[in-house]
Design a protein around this ligand. Structure first.
Ligand SMILES: NC(=O)c1ccc[n+]([C@@H]2O[C@H](COP(=O)([O-])OP(=O)(O)OC[C@H]3O[C@@H](n4cnc5c(N)ncnc54)[C@H](O)[C@@H]3O)[C@@H](O)[C@H]2O)c1
Ligand SMILES: [Zn+2]
Length: 381
Protein backbone atom coordinates (compact mmCIF):
# COMPACT_ATOMS: atom_id res chain seq x y z
CA UNK A 1 0.00 0.00 0.00
CA UNK A 2 1.22 3.44 -0.88
CA UNK A 3 2.40 5.44 2.12
CA UNK A 4 0.13 8.42 2.73
CA UNK A 5 1.94 11.65 2.11
CA UNK A 6 1.90 14.31 4.76
CA UNK A 7 -0.01 17.38 3.47
CA UNK A 8 2.42 20.09 2.49
CA UNK A 9 2.23 23.05 4.82
CA UNK A 10 1.94 26.17 2.65
CA UNK A 11 4.12 29.13 3.51
CA UNK A 12 2.15 32.11 4.64
CA UNK A 13 2.91 35.79 4.66
CA UNK A 14 0.64 38.04 6.65
CA UNK A 15 -0.56 41.26 5.05
CA UNK A 16 -1.30 43.01 8.29
CA UNK A 17 -3.93 45.69 7.82
CA UNK A 18 -5.02 45.85 11.42
CA UNK A 19 -5.35 49.41 12.56
CA UNK A 20 -3.64 50.75 9.44
CA UNK A 21 -6.40 53.04 8.42
CA UNK A 22 -8.63 55.25 10.47
CA UNK A 23 -11.51 56.22 8.24
CA UNK A 24 -13.26 58.46 10.78
CA UNK A 25 -14.52 61.81 9.60
CA UNK A 26 -16.42 64.77 10.97
CA UNK A 27 -19.80 66.15 10.01
CA UNK A 28 -19.66 69.93 10.33
CA UNK A 29 -22.95 71.80 10.86
CA UNK A 30 -23.33 75.53 10.41
CA UNK A 31 -25.49 78.16 8.88
CA UNK A 32 -23.74 80.07 6.11
CA UNK A 33 -21.05 77.42 5.69
CA UNK A 34 -21.57 77.42 1.96
CA UNK A 35 -19.86 78.86 0.03
CA UNK A 36 -17.55 81.17 2.00
CA UNK A 37 -16.40 78.74 4.70
CA UNK A 38 -16.01 75.60 2.60
CA UNK A 39 -12.44 76.17 1.38
CA UNK A 40 -11.26 76.89 4.93
CA UNK A 41 -12.90 73.74 6.28
CA UNK A 42 -11.42 71.61 3.52
CA UNK A 43 -7.99 73.09 4.30
CA UNK A 44 -8.45 72.13 7.96
CA UNK A 45 -9.31 68.54 7.04
CA UNK A 46 -6.39 68.38 4.60
CA UNK A 47 -4.02 69.48 7.31
CA UNK A 48 -5.43 67.19 9.97
CA UNK A 49 -5.50 64.13 7.74
CA UNK A 50 -2.26 65.03 5.93
CA UNK A 51 -3.99 64.82 2.54
CA UNK A 52 -2.09 65.87 -0.55
CA UNK A 53 -4.89 67.53 -2.49
CA UNK A 54 -4.02 70.06 -5.16
CA UNK A 55 -7.13 69.98 -7.31
CA UNK A 56 -10.84 69.86 -6.55
CA UNK A 57 -13.61 68.57 -8.82
CA UNK A 58 -17.08 69.65 -7.76
CA UNK A 59 -19.77 67.25 -8.98
CA UNK A 60 -23.36 68.46 -8.93
CA UNK A 61 -26.62 68.20 -10.88
CA UNK A 62 -28.18 70.50 -13.48
CA UNK A 63 -30.86 71.87 -11.14
CA UNK A 64 -28.40 72.76 -8.39
CA UNK A 65 -26.03 74.27 -10.90
CA UNK A 66 -28.86 76.51 -12.07
CA UNK A 67 -29.65 77.61 -8.50
CA UNK A 68 -26.18 77.71 -6.97
CA UNK A 69 -24.00 78.23 -10.04
CA UNK A 70 -22.75 81.63 -8.88
CA UNK A 71 -21.82 80.44 -5.39
CA UNK A 72 -20.13 77.38 -6.86
CA UNK A 73 -18.12 79.64 -9.15
CA UNK A 74 -16.95 81.56 -6.08
CA UNK A 75 -15.41 78.31 -4.82
CA UNK A 76 -13.41 77.95 -7.98
CA UNK A 77 -9.74 78.61 -7.95
CA UNK A 78 -7.46 77.75 -10.83
CA UNK A 79 -7.37 74.21 -9.50
CA UNK A 80 -11.10 73.67 -9.19
CA UNK A 81 -13.71 72.72 -11.81
CA UNK A 82 -17.44 72.02 -11.75
CA UNK A 83 -18.94 69.01 -13.53
CA UNK A 84 -22.65 68.37 -13.65
CA UNK A 85 -25.06 65.60 -14.63
CA UNK A 86 -28.81 65.88 -15.30
CA UNK A 87 -30.88 66.12 -12.10
CA UNK A 88 -32.70 62.94 -11.07
CA UNK A 89 -32.22 59.27 -10.19
CA UNK A 90 -31.57 58.33 -13.83
CA UNK A 91 -28.11 59.90 -13.52
CA UNK A 92 -27.05 57.31 -10.94
CA UNK A 93 -25.94 55.02 -13.74
CA UNK A 94 -22.90 53.49 -15.43
CA UNK A 95 -23.05 55.92 -18.34
CA UNK A 96 -22.82 58.98 -16.08
CA UNK A 97 -20.02 57.39 -14.07
CA UNK A 98 -18.08 56.76 -17.29
CA UNK A 99 -18.80 60.25 -18.55
CA UNK A 100 -17.58 61.89 -15.35
CA UNK A 101 -14.44 59.76 -15.33
CA UNK A 102 -13.71 60.66 -18.96
CA UNK A 103 -14.19 64.34 -18.17
CA UNK A 104 -11.90 64.13 -15.14
CA UNK A 105 -9.20 62.42 -17.19
CA UNK A 106 -9.56 64.94 -20.03
CA UNK A 107 -9.21 67.79 -17.54
CA UNK A 108 -6.07 66.05 -16.20
CA UNK A 109 -7.32 65.40 -12.69
CA UNK A 110 -4.83 62.99 -11.15
CA UNK A 111 -3.98 61.25 -7.90
CA UNK A 112 -3.63 64.58 -6.12
CA UNK A 113 -7.28 65.46 -6.74
CA UNK A 114 -10.37 65.28 -4.56
CA UNK A 115 -14.06 65.33 -5.36
CA UNK A 116 -16.74 67.46 -3.71
CA UNK A 117 -20.24 66.01 -4.04
CA UNK A 118 -22.63 68.97 -4.02
CA UNK A 119 -26.21 67.72 -4.11
CA UNK A 120 -28.73 65.20 -2.87
CA UNK A 121 -28.33 61.46 -2.45
CA UNK A 122 -28.04 60.87 -6.17
CA UNK A 123 -24.97 63.07 -6.44
CA UNK A 124 -23.49 61.79 -3.17
CA UNK A 125 -23.83 58.14 -4.24
CA UNK A 126 -22.58 58.74 -7.79
CA UNK A 127 -19.72 61.11 -6.98
CA UNK A 128 -18.68 58.94 -4.03
CA UNK A 129 -18.53 55.89 -6.29
CA UNK A 130 -16.50 57.80 -8.89
CA UNK A 131 -14.10 58.87 -6.11
CA UNK A 132 -13.79 55.29 -4.86
CA UNK A 133 -12.44 53.95 -8.15
CA UNK A 134 -10.79 56.98 -9.78
CA UNK A 135 -7.02 56.38 -9.62
CA UNK A 136 -7.94 53.48 -7.30
CA UNK A 137 -9.56 55.94 -4.93
CA UNK A 138 -9.19 59.66 -4.32
CA UNK A 139 -10.57 61.58 -1.33
CA UNK A 140 -14.04 63.07 -1.45
CA UNK A 141 -16.13 65.48 0.58
CA UNK A 142 -19.88 65.83 0.79
CA UNK A 143 -21.97 68.99 0.79
CA UNK A 144 -25.43 67.44 1.00
CA UNK A 145 -28.34 69.64 -0.09
CA UNK A 146 -31.49 67.60 0.68
CA UNK A 147 -32.77 66.34 4.03
CA UNK A 148 -32.27 62.74 2.87
CA UNK A 149 -28.66 63.39 1.99
CA UNK A 150 -27.95 65.51 5.09
CA UNK A 151 -29.23 62.98 7.61
CA UNK A 152 -28.85 59.75 5.73
CA UNK A 153 -26.97 59.17 2.48
CA UNK A 154 -23.91 61.34 3.21
CA UNK A 155 -23.17 59.30 6.36
CA UNK A 156 -22.00 55.72 6.33
CA UNK A 157 -19.90 55.55 3.18
CA UNK A 158 -22.29 53.60 0.96
CA UNK A 159 -21.80 54.65 -2.64
CA UNK A 160 -23.64 53.19 -5.62
CA UNK A 161 -25.13 53.34 -9.06
CA UNK A 162 -28.31 51.69 -10.31
CA UNK A 163 -28.66 49.07 -13.04
CA UNK A 164 -31.76 48.71 -15.22
CA UNK A 165 -32.49 45.55 -13.21
CA UNK A 166 -32.32 47.20 -9.80
CA UNK A 167 -31.28 50.11 -7.61
CA UNK A 168 -27.85 50.39 -5.95
CA UNK A 169 -26.63 47.08 -7.40
CA UNK A 170 -23.06 48.24 -8.05
CA UNK A 171 -21.15 50.25 -5.52
CA UNK A 172 -18.67 50.33 -2.69
CA UNK A 173 -18.19 51.23 0.93
CA UNK A 174 -16.02 54.33 0.69
CA UNK A 175 -15.94 56.95 3.42
CA UNK A 176 -15.81 60.69 2.71
CA UNK A 177 -13.10 62.76 4.37
CA UNK A 178 -15.63 65.27 5.64
CA UNK A 179 -19.30 66.21 5.42
CA UNK A 180 -20.37 69.86 5.53
CA UNK A 181 -24.01 70.54 6.35
CA UNK A 182 -25.40 74.01 5.78
CA UNK A 183 -29.03 74.33 6.82
CA UNK A 184 -29.40 77.39 4.54
CA UNK A 185 -29.14 75.11 1.51
CA UNK A 186 -32.56 73.73 2.42
CA UNK A 187 -34.15 77.14 1.66
CA UNK A 188 -34.52 76.19 -1.98
CA UNK A 189 -35.51 72.55 -1.48
CA UNK A 190 -39.01 71.91 -2.91
CA UNK A 191 -41.68 71.17 -0.28
CA UNK A 192 -42.26 67.62 -1.51
CA UNK A 193 -38.55 66.74 -1.18
CA UNK A 194 -38.41 68.43 2.21
CA UNK A 195 -41.39 66.56 3.66
CA UNK A 196 -40.29 63.22 2.18
CA UNK A 197 -36.89 63.60 3.82
CA UNK A 198 -38.55 63.95 7.22
CA UNK A 199 -39.57 60.27 7.03
CA UNK A 200 -35.92 59.24 7.50
CA UNK A 201 -35.65 61.73 10.39
CA UNK A 202 -38.62 60.12 12.15
CA UNK A 203 -37.08 56.71 11.42
CA UNK A 204 -33.88 57.73 13.20
CA UNK A 205 -35.82 58.73 16.31
CA UNK A 206 -37.90 55.59 16.19
CA UNK A 207 -34.98 53.16 15.95
CA UNK A 208 -32.72 54.62 18.64
CA UNK A 209 -33.74 57.82 20.35
CA UNK A 210 -36.99 58.16 22.25
CA UNK A 211 -36.12 61.70 23.39
CA UNK A 212 -35.62 62.74 19.79
CA UNK A 213 -39.16 61.51 19.02
CA UNK A 214 -40.46 63.71 21.85
CA UNK A 215 -38.46 66.64 20.42
CA UNK A 216 -39.98 66.05 16.98
CA UNK A 217 -43.51 65.82 18.41
CA UNK A 218 -43.01 69.19 20.12
CA UNK A 219 -41.51 70.88 17.08
CA UNK A 220 -43.59 69.76 14.09
CA UNK A 221 -44.73 73.27 13.14
CA UNK A 222 -41.30 74.90 13.54
CA UNK A 223 -39.72 72.17 11.43
CA UNK A 224 -42.35 72.55 8.71
CA UNK A 225 -41.86 76.34 8.84
CA UNK A 226 -38.13 75.60 8.34
CA UNK A 227 -37.13 77.47 11.49
CA UNK A 228 -33.33 77.39 11.18
CA UNK A 229 -32.51 76.82 14.83
CA UNK A 230 -34.95 73.95 15.24
CA UNK A 231 -34.04 72.53 11.84
CA UNK A 232 -30.35 72.52 12.70
CA UNK A 233 -31.05 70.71 15.99
CA UNK A 234 -33.24 68.22 14.07
CA UNK A 235 -30.53 67.50 11.51
CA UNK A 236 -27.84 67.16 14.16
CA UNK A 237 -29.82 64.73 16.32
CA UNK A 238 -30.82 62.69 13.29
CA UNK A 239 -27.20 62.52 12.07
CA UNK A 240 -26.08 61.44 15.53
CA UNK A 241 -28.30 58.37 15.34
CA UNK A 242 -27.12 57.42 11.85
CA UNK A 243 -23.47 58.05 12.77
CA UNK A 244 -23.70 55.97 15.94
CA UNK A 245 -25.29 53.04 14.09
CA UNK A 246 -22.84 52.97 11.18
CA UNK A 247 -19.78 53.38 13.35
CA UNK A 248 -20.82 50.38 15.43
CA UNK A 249 -21.49 48.27 12.33
CA UNK A 250 -19.52 49.50 9.33
CA UNK A 251 -20.46 46.75 6.87
CA UNK A 252 -24.08 46.03 7.76
CA UNK A 253 -23.62 42.77 9.61
CA UNK A 254 -26.26 43.28 12.29
CA UNK A 255 -26.99 46.57 14.05
CA UNK A 256 -27.03 48.55 10.82
CA UNK A 257 -30.07 46.52 9.82
CA UNK A 258 -32.19 48.67 12.14
CA UNK A 259 -31.78 51.46 9.57
CA UNK A 260 -34.00 49.31 7.34
CA UNK A 261 -37.02 49.95 9.53
CA UNK A 262 -39.88 50.84 7.17
CA UNK A 263 -37.80 49.88 4.15
CA UNK A 264 -38.87 46.25 3.63
CA UNK A 265 -42.48 47.22 2.99
CA UNK A 266 -41.41 50.69 1.81
CA UNK A 267 -39.28 49.32 -1.04
CA UNK A 268 -42.13 47.08 -2.17
CA UNK A 269 -44.56 50.02 -2.18
CA UNK A 270 -41.99 52.19 -4.03
CA UNK A 271 -41.34 49.46 -6.62
CA UNK A 272 -45.06 48.81 -7.15
CA UNK A 273 -45.62 52.52 -7.77
CA UNK A 274 -42.98 52.27 -10.51
CA UNK A 275 -40.89 54.67 -8.45
CA UNK A 276 -43.56 57.37 -8.82
CA UNK A 277 -44.10 57.48 -5.07
CA UNK A 278 -41.20 59.29 -3.40
CA UNK A 279 -38.78 57.11 -1.41
CA UNK A 280 -39.48 59.01 1.83
CA UNK A 281 -43.23 58.67 1.41
CA UNK A 282 -42.89 54.96 0.65
CA UNK A 283 -40.77 54.57 3.80
CA UNK A 284 -43.41 56.45 5.81
CA UNK A 285 -46.06 53.94 4.67
CA UNK A 286 -43.54 51.16 5.28
CA UNK A 287 -42.94 52.31 8.88
CA UNK A 288 -46.67 52.51 9.58
CA UNK A 289 -47.22 48.99 8.19
CA UNK A 290 -44.17 47.50 9.92
CA UNK A 291 -45.16 49.12 13.24
CA UNK A 292 -48.55 47.47 12.78
CA UNK A 293 -46.84 44.12 12.12
CA UNK A 294 -44.70 44.67 15.25
CA UNK A 295 -47.91 45.14 17.21
CA UNK A 296 -49.51 42.03 15.67
CA UNK A 297 -46.60 39.85 16.70
CA UNK A 298 -46.68 41.28 20.21
CA UNK A 299 -43.58 43.49 20.18
CA UNK A 300 -45.05 47.01 20.05
CA UNK A 301 -47.94 48.40 22.13
CA UNK A 302 -50.85 49.68 20.03
CA UNK A 303 -50.56 53.19 21.47
CA UNK A 304 -47.02 53.43 20.04
CA UNK A 305 -48.29 52.46 16.57
CA UNK A 306 -50.77 55.33 16.80
CA UNK A 307 -48.15 57.70 18.17
CA UNK A 308 -45.82 56.99 15.24
CA UNK A 309 -48.60 57.33 12.63
CA UNK A 310 -49.82 60.55 14.21
CA UNK A 311 -46.33 62.08 14.02
CA UNK A 312 -45.88 61.03 10.40
CA UNK A 313 -49.28 62.43 9.46
CA UNK A 314 -48.60 65.75 11.13
CA UNK A 315 -45.50 66.06 8.95
CA UNK A 316 -47.80 65.51 5.95
CA UNK A 317 -46.52 61.98 5.31
CA UNK A 318 -48.76 59.09 4.20
CA UNK A 319 -49.41 56.14 6.53
CA UNK A 320 -51.87 54.12 4.49
CA UNK A 321 -51.27 51.71 1.66
CA UNK A 322 -52.05 53.25 -1.73
CA UNK A 323 -55.45 52.16 -3.09
CA UNK A 324 -55.45 49.05 -5.25
CA UNK A 325 -52.29 47.50 -3.74
CA UNK A 326 -53.01 43.92 -2.73
CA UNK A 327 -51.20 42.38 0.26
CA UNK A 328 -50.27 39.41 -1.95
CA UNK A 329 -48.48 41.68 -4.41
CA UNK A 330 -46.57 43.43 -1.62
CA UNK A 331 -45.49 40.11 -0.12
CA UNK A 332 -44.42 38.88 -3.56
CA UNK A 333 -42.29 41.96 -4.18
CA UNK A 334 -40.82 41.83 -0.67
CA UNK A 335 -39.67 38.30 -1.41
CA UNK A 336 -37.47 39.66 -4.16
CA UNK A 337 -35.77 42.30 -2.03
CA UNK A 338 -32.02 41.73 -2.34
CA UNK A 339 -31.56 42.27 1.40
CA UNK A 340 -33.43 39.03 2.11
CA UNK A 341 -31.26 35.99 2.53
CA UNK A 342 -32.39 32.80 0.76
CA UNK A 343 -35.93 34.03 0.11
CA UNK A 344 -36.68 34.39 3.82
CA UNK A 345 -38.25 37.71 4.69
CA UNK A 346 -36.61 39.50 7.58
CA UNK A 347 -37.97 42.56 9.30
CA UNK A 348 -36.45 44.96 11.75
CA UNK A 349 -39.27 45.90 14.09
CA UNK A 350 -39.69 48.39 16.92
CA UNK A 351 -40.44 47.29 20.47
CA UNK A 352 -41.01 50.83 21.77
CA UNK A 353 -40.57 54.43 20.65
CA UNK A 354 -36.79 54.67 20.15
CA UNK A 355 -36.05 50.98 20.50
CA UNK A 356 -35.79 48.03 18.13
CA UNK A 357 -36.56 44.42 18.95
CA UNK A 358 -33.59 42.08 19.34
CA UNK A 359 -33.74 38.30 19.25
CA UNK A 360 -30.64 36.56 20.60
CA UNK A 361 -28.62 39.64 19.72
CA UNK A 362 -29.98 39.76 16.16
CA UNK A 363 -32.04 42.64 14.79
CA UNK A 364 -33.10 40.87 11.57
CA UNK A 365 -36.27 39.09 12.68
CA UNK A 366 -37.95 36.31 10.81
CA UNK A 367 -41.68 36.91 10.93
CA UNK A 368 -44.42 34.42 10.26
CA UNK A 369 -45.79 35.34 6.83
CA UNK A 370 -49.38 34.69 7.96
CA UNK A 371 -49.01 37.46 10.52
CA UNK A 372 -47.64 39.78 7.85
CA UNK A 373 -50.53 38.95 5.54
CA UNK A 374 -53.07 39.47 8.33
CA UNK A 375 -51.55 42.84 9.23
CA UNK A 376 -51.56 43.93 5.58
CA UNK A 377 -55.17 42.74 5.10
CA UNK A 378 -56.28 44.90 8.00
CA UNK A 379 -54.64 47.92 6.45
CA UNK A 380 -56.20 47.52 3.02
CA UNK A 381 -59.42 49.40 2.91
N1 LIG B 1 -25.81 56.00 0.36
C1 LIG B 1 -26.79 55.85 1.22
O1 LIG B 1 -26.61 55.38 2.34
C2 LIG B 1 -28.18 56.30 0.82
C3 LIG B 1 -29.17 56.45 1.80
C4 LIG B 1 -30.41 56.95 1.42
C5 LIG B 1 -30.64 57.27 0.10
N2 LIG B 1 -29.65 57.10 -0.83
C6 LIG B 1 -29.87 57.44 -2.25
O2 LIG B 1 -30.17 58.83 -2.32
C7 LIG B 1 -30.94 59.07 -3.48
C8 LIG B 1 -32.07 60.00 -3.14
O3 LIG B 1 -31.53 61.19 -2.64
P1 LIG B 1 -32.35 62.56 -2.67
O4 LIG B 1 -33.70 62.33 -2.16
O5 LIG B 1 -31.49 63.58 -2.01
O6 LIG B 1 -32.53 62.81 -4.24
P2 LIG B 1 -31.81 63.72 -5.34
O7 LIG B 1 -30.37 63.78 -5.14
O8 LIG B 1 -32.30 63.26 -6.66
O9 LIG B 1 -32.45 65.15 -5.08
C9 LIG B 1 -33.82 65.35 -5.29
C10 LIG B 1 -34.09 66.56 -6.20
O10 LIG B 1 -33.91 67.74 -5.45
C11 LIG B 1 -33.04 68.64 -6.14
N3 LIG B 1 -32.32 69.35 -5.08
C12 LIG B 1 -31.39 68.83 -4.26
N4 LIG B 1 -31.03 69.74 -3.35
C13 LIG B 1 -31.72 70.87 -3.62
C14 LIG B 1 -31.77 72.16 -3.03
N5 LIG B 1 -31.07 72.44 -1.93
N6 LIG B 1 -32.56 73.08 -3.61
C15 LIG B 1 -33.30 72.78 -4.70
N7 LIG B 1 -33.32 71.58 -5.29
C16 LIG B 1 -32.54 70.63 -4.75
C17 LIG B 1 -32.19 67.78 -7.00
O11 LIG B 1 -31.72 68.50 -8.12
C18 LIG B 1 -33.17 66.67 -7.41
O12 LIG B 1 -33.93 67.10 -8.51
C19 LIG B 1 -31.40 57.71 -4.00
O13 LIG B 1 -30.65 57.38 -5.13
C20 LIG B 1 -31.05 56.76 -2.86
O14 LIG B 1 -30.73 55.46 -3.30
C21 LIG B 1 -28.44 56.62 -0.49
ZN1 LIG C 1 -34.36 55.33 2.96
Amino acid sequence: MEKQKKPIQPDKVLVNLEGVQDESYRITFAQGLFPSQIQRHIQLVKKKKKLKIHRLAIITDSRLKRIYGKQLTSLLGENTSVFHVPAGEASKCREMKNLLEDKLVAAKFGRDSAIIAFGGGVIGDLAGFVASTYYRGIPYFQIPTTIISQVDSSIGGKTAIDLPSGKNLIGSFYQPKGVFIDVDLLDTLPEDEFVSGLAEVVKHGMIRDRRFIVFLEKNVSSILARDKKVLMETLKRSCKVKASVVSEDLKESNLRKILNFGHTVGHAVETLSNYKLHHGKSVSIGMAVEAHIAHKVGYLPEEDVHRLCWLLERFGLPVELPKGLSPGKIIEVMGFDKKNEKGIIHFTLPSAMGEMKENKGQYGLQVNMDEVEKALDELVK
